[in-house]
Design a protein around this ligand. Structure first.
Ligand SMILES: CC(C)(COP(=O)(O)OP(=O)(O)OC[C@H]1O[C@@H](n2cnc3c(N)ncnc32)[C@H](O)[C@@H]1OP(=O)(O)O)[C@@H](O)C(=O)NCCC(=O)NCCS
Length: 331
């Protein structure tokens, strides 16, 4: 193999958001909240929600097809599929099985990475890169979430935060690849109770009594603690990945953080000493779209011409677990 073919990274990116827009004013009709509160505390103005006949795999498929088109690849060139989601198509089997079938790939391995919340896509990206280094030619990675279908629409503490979306990337080895220079990830399970959905597993199985209280949809969150951890871990992961690649913060053209909350993004920017124009922000339009958040923001930044050839782009995210991850890409 010649040196110029040695880059492992993005061959193509794609994303999809459902048509239907839900504004803060729409939420005012359903729970005791206000547009002003939501904007001030989160920066969110609106979010997309799925149509009745759309499920997780429909969003995943749309984003995956766009990533394949961007990579100029037919589906038979894909060797493995990883889907990061906490809102799967069904409980069993995983969403990747449905996606494999709908895409019409060969009988390649396909699997989900679930439970890592908003950090799922970057964890999956790190894995995909390793799989390519281990010999797979091309891996399709999808981050998809239909949070509005499974959350508690009566709990104002969480319901206003989320939206539905999908983002996808084809990762492979090519002289044209937007190279992944380094990746890092970490977990601290000791704080899992500050962001969790407990009912439905073996500890608290689904029962009619629990369902009647809407507990199977109740995301239990200590917002302030999550906020602090998110800022700390996303900034820390950003420093770590730069160090791994031997690069400096002032070389970073664009930071693409998980879009949890505008105040979190600003706080990360401040810690990293990056001005607003070097931070990718779309949380006002889409809310927190879980594992779809980073690939959606990245794909939109690329389509909008915010990323030029040669730019160093830093992806960082954080989610339930707690898990965090960062990936450094040379476009
Ligand atoms: C959730 C979050 C927006 C709350 O903002 P905050 O400034 O921490 O707010 P506080 O916790 O001080 O709560 C203030 C009050 O607002 C109330 N409140 C909560 N949601 C509300 C809503 N949608 N509308 C109006 N009031 C609301 C709370 O009940 C609380 O009232 P109380 O003081 O009477 O109990 C913020 O903590 C946050 O964004 N955390 C991170 C969440 C996140 O990103 N999760 C996903 C991580 S991947």
């Amino acid at each position: 193999m010649t040196m110029h073919q040695d880059k492992v990274g993005f061959l193509g990116l794609g994303s999809y958001t459902p048509q239907q827009v839900m504004t803060n004013e729409d939420w005012e009709q359903l729970v005791d909240t206000s547009d002003e509160w939501i904007r001030q505390r989160t920066g969110i103005e609106r979010r997309r929600i799925v149509a009745e006949d759309e499920n997780t795999v429909d969003l995943a498929l749309a984003a995956a097809e766009r990533a394949l088109t961007a990579a100029d690849l037919s589906v038979d060139k894909i060797d493995e599929i990883i889907v990061a989601t906490d809102t799967p198509e069904v409980y069993l089997p995983d969403t990747a099985s449905f996606l494999q079938h709908r895409l019409g790939t060969r009988s390649i391995p396909a699997y989900d990475l679930g439970g890592s919340g908003c950090a799922g896509f970057l964890q999956a990206l790190d894995l995909a890169r390793s799989r390519v280094i281990c010999g797979k030619d091309r891996v399709l990675v999808v981050g998809v979430e239909v949070l509005t279908r499974l959350m508690d629409w009566t709990d104002r503490n969480t319901c206003v935060l989320f939206g539905d979306a999908a983002g996808a990337a084809v990762v492979g080895r090519s002289s044209e690849a937007r190279e992944i220079l380094a990746a890092t990830a970490g977990t601290d399970g000791s704080r899992s109770e500050i962001l969790t959905l407990e009912v439905g597993g073996t500890r608290k199985p689904f029962t009619v009594e629990r369902a009647e209280q809407n507990l199977h949809r109740r995301i239990v969150m200590n917002g302030r603690e999550v906020f602090k951890e998110a800022v700390r871990r996303m900034s820390q992961a950003a420093h770590e990945v730069l160090e791994l690649a031997g690069r400096k913060l002032d070389e970073v053209a664009l930071l693409v953080p998980h879009q949890a909350n505008l105040r979190i993004l600003r706080a990360v920017g401040k810690r990293l000493n990056l001005p607003d124009e070097r931070i990718c922000i779309n949380v006002h339009e889409y809310g927190n779209t879980g594992s779809a958040s980073v690939p959606l923001a990245l794909d939109q930044a690329l389509s909008a011409g915010r990323i030029r050839s040669g730019d160093l782009v830093l992806l960082t995210s954080f989610g339930a677990g707690f898990h965090w991850a960062a990936v450094l890409v040379q476009f």
